[in-house]
Design a protein around this ligand. Structure first.
Ligand SMILES: Nc1nc2c(c(=O)[nH]1)N[C@H]1C(S)=C(S)[C@@H](COP(=O)(O)O)O[C@H]1N2
Ligand SMILES: [Mo]
Length: 161
C-alpha cells in the first residue's frame, strides 16, 4: 500500500516535469540596466518565435523569445530613444563560465535591423541540453556562432564612457 502510494507520487512528479518541459519551461534572465540595478525578467508572456538557420551546415530550428522584447520588458530604452550617444550602448551577454560577448544596441532594435536575436530555449523541438541551456543566444547574421552564448545568465546594458 505504502509502496503503491510512493509509486503514484513518483509518477505524478515525473508527469509534472514532463509537462513543464513540453511547454518549454520558461526560465528567467537577469538584466542589469543603465542605472546599474538588476531586474529579473520572466520570459513567460513574451511572444515566442522560431528561426530556421544553418548551424555549421546543419539545418536547425531554434525557438524562444526576442532579445529586443526581453530588453523592452526590463525597461531598456529602444526605438525612438536610440539616437546620438545612445548608439554607443552595448549589451553585454554573460554565462557562468565567464564567457562574455557584446552586441551593439542597434543590432537588437527593430528600426535598425530585421535580424531577430533570440534567447533560445528549444532546439529542433526539444529543450536545450544542460551544457547549452536553459538559454542560448542565437544571432543568425553572424557567420560563426561565437556570440551564441551558451547557458546565458545575464544581460547588461552599458554606456561607453
Ligand atoms: N558560455 C559559453 N558560450 C559560448 C562559448 C563559451 O566558451 N562559453 N563559446 C562560443 C564559441 S567560440 C562558439 S564557436 C559557440 C559554439 O560552441 P560549441 O561548438 O561548443 O557549441 O559557442 C559560443 N558560446
Ligand atoms: Mo568558436
Amino acid at each position: 500500500m505504502v509502496r503503491n502510494l510512493v509509486n503514484v507520487a513518483a509518477a505524478a512528479l515525473l508527469c509534472t516535469v514532463f509537462v513543464g518541459s513540453a511547454n518549454g519551461a520558461q526560465p528567467g534572465i537577469e538584466v542589469v540596466g543603465l542605472d546599474g540595478a538588476t531586474v529579473r525578467v520572466d520570459l513567460g508572456g513574451l511572444a515566442r518565435m522560431s528561426i530556421v538557420t544553418s548551424d555549421r551546415g546543419l539545418r536547425t530550428t531554434f525557438e524562444g523569445v526576442a532579445l529586443r522584447d526581453v530588453l523592452a520588458k526590463a525597461g531598456v530604452p529602444l526605438g525612438d530613444a536610440l539616437k546620438g550617444r545612445a548608439l554607443s550602448r552595448v549589451i553585454l551577454a554573460s554565462a557562468p563560465d565567464g564567457y562574455q560577448v557584446a552586441y551593439a544596441i542597434a543590432e537588437v532594435d527593430a528600426a535598425f535591423t530585421d535580424q531577430v536575436i533570440l534567447l533560445a530555449d528549444r532546439r529542433d523541438g526539444r529543450p536545450l541540453l544542460p551544457d547549452t541551456g536553459p538559454l542560448q543566444l542565437v544571432a543568425t547574421r553572424d557567420k560563426r556562432p561565437a556570440r551564441w552564448v551558451r547557458q546565458l545568465s545575464r544581460l547588461e546594458v552599458r554606456d561607453i564612457k
